[in-house]
Ligand binder design. Structure first.
Ligand SMILES: [Cu+2]
Length: 499
């Protein structure tokens, strides 16, 4: 070998080593160079059951249920309470027996706005060895004692696949679901804490939440005081839940969607709704009549995919497949939608397919839990992957986490139109946001909403405006985030909006 060749070989090796060294630095946190744009999924971590239903509790823990420890369809035996602060190993989970006798598989659930207990409505029943019948059982979960217990009064209707949401009046509205495999439940019911149930007997309807749309109807408390419903066939309605209820159809008709394509309210009165054939619309219900504007779709239909509004108001879309609950056209790569320009960016790629019975939910630390899938399906996902959004990374190619601001004080409760005083550990706060605590199942996050809050700052002390009315932010628990000058959010302080 000539001296020249040896020199060249050595330099090439030296260059390669340098390159490798650089790559290793970037991979230090398990992150690629473009993590600051795409975010990253953490490792696949075990879950004690398939969390078909997940609820963020007022204390920041996560209630999950839907299967047994082997991933079989049944909520009858166990439920799980996960504490994200404790990490993801077995010690972070409290898995307890369900002694209520109710199979909570494919029920509905929401945190009650006054007591903070989780209300679970309906569930599953086996009749003559045939599954997927329904119950009218009502159960409550108390986060203070981690106990699940039966409520006194059942619902008037048996319900499997009902939607549950909080109204401006602080009541809980239950829509849809079915009574048995052939019969929908087209009459809504309302639960008032301390009072019990009443049926909306003058609002019975087959198109809004009956035979045409019984599977987890998409509905939101609207700025006009009524509840807006967008059906999978395309009809839209306003329901006034006062008294025995009044339903009116609106002039807006959308293209067809599906019970397993998602829609979410990402800003006050603004709903991003996925329709079939990779269509998407923004529905604006702030005006006198609802309007829809076509926006660019996510790239393909993502049946059973999720959409979660993040701490900064952008929307994280993950999971799903082109063919419903089949490993065909699986969308492993997540996307982020920016409401400022209706544009999409490509986010990180998950390890697992998340199809039927998978969930996605924003955590108080600003990360997103993605988990589950199966019972039934091509996979039995007794696992989760926690997504770390771009805003938690330094905005450079090192792939390292940014320094976060923290909230040093904030009140535990707040009310509409009355500013609160919040202190942070840094000055230069650039953004303050309020995100409803999640309650997720079957591609729906029932009360999901996001509100940008205006504020004035004096050093690290902020005077933060609260939403003007319960029509914009219904009573209940919210995550309050503050962002530093680099756009990095704090861990949220959970506050309760009440009167
Ligand atoms: Cu289900």
């Amino acid at each position: 070998m000539t001296t020249r060749r040896v020199t060249r070989l050595v330099s090439t090796r030296f260059a390669k080593a340098l390159l490798l060294g650089g790559t290793l630095t970037a991979l230090h946190a398990g992150a690629a160079w473009d993590t600051y744009v795409k975010g990253s999924f953490g490792p696949v971590v075990n879950w004690p059951l398939i969390p078909i239903h997940v609820v963020l509790l007022p204390d920041g823990r996560v209630l999950g249920y839907g299967t047994d420890g082997q991933g079989n369809q049944t909520g009858q035996f166990t439920y799980d309470v996960w504490d994200p602060v404790k990490g993801t190993d077995a010690a972070s989970h409290l898995t307890l027996p369900n002694t209520t006798g109710t199979d909570t598989f494919c029920s509905g659930q929401i945190v009650l706005p006054a007591s903070g207990a989780v209300l679970l409505t309906g569930g599953d029943k086996t009749v003559n060895n045939v599954r997927n019948y329904s119950v009218n059982d009502v159960n409550l979960f108390d986060y203070r004692s981690s106990a699940l217990y039966s409520a006194q009064q059942p619902m008037a209707f048996l319900r499997w696949y009902p939607t549950v949401l909080t109204t401006a009046a602080g009541e809980v509205l239950v829509l849809g679901g079915r009574v048995d495999p052939n019969t929908p439940a087209p009459t809504p019911e309302v639960y008032t804490e301390g009072k019990g149930w009443r049926s909306l007997t003058t609002a019975t309807n087959d198109d809004a939440y009956g035979i045409n749309n019984w599977s987890y109807p998409r509905a939101w408390q609207a700025p006009n005081g009524k509840v807006f419903i967008a059906t999978k066939l395309g009809g839209t309605y306003y329901l006034d839940p006062a008294g025995t209820g009044k339903l009116e159809k609106t002039s807006l008709t959308l293209s067809a969607s599906d019970e397993y394509l998602t829609s979410l309210m990402y800003a006050p009165g603004k709903i991003l709704s996925f329709r079939k054939l990779n269509k998407a619309v923004v529905i604006d219900i702030n005006g006198t009549t609802p309007k829809a504007t076509n926006v660019t779709g996510v790239g393909q239909d993502r049946y059973h995919g999720s959409a979660t509004v993040m701490a900064d108001g952008k929307v994280f879309v993950s999971g799903g497949s082109f063919v419903s609950n089949v490993a065909n056209g699986v969308a492993y790569t997540a996307k982020i939608w920016n409401p400022a320009n209706n544009g999409w960016t490509t986010a990180a790629t998950a390890a697992k397919m998340r199809l039927y019975h998978s969930v996605s939910m924003l955590l108080p630390d600003g990360r997103i839990l993605t988990a589950g899938g199966g019972a039934p399906g091509p996979v039995v996902n007794l696992n989760g992957e926690i997504y770390t959004p771009p805003y938690l990374y330094k905005q450079d190619i090192t792939g390292t986490l940014a320094t976060r601001p923290s909230i040093t004080s904030a009140p535990a409760t707040a009310t509409w139109g009355v500013p609160i005083t919040v202190t942070a550990n840094v000055s230069g706060i650039s953004k303050v946001t309020l995100v409803k605590t999640g309650s997720v199942t079957h591609t729906v996050d029932f009360d999901q909403r996001f509100i940008n809050l205006s504020y004035t700052a004096s050093g690290s002390t902020l005077k933060v405006s609260m939403p003007a009315s319960a029509n914009v932010a219904p009573p209940g628990y919210y995550m309050l985030f503050v962002f530093n000058s680099a756009g990095v959010p704090s861990v949220a302080k959970i506050i309760k909006l009440n009167s």
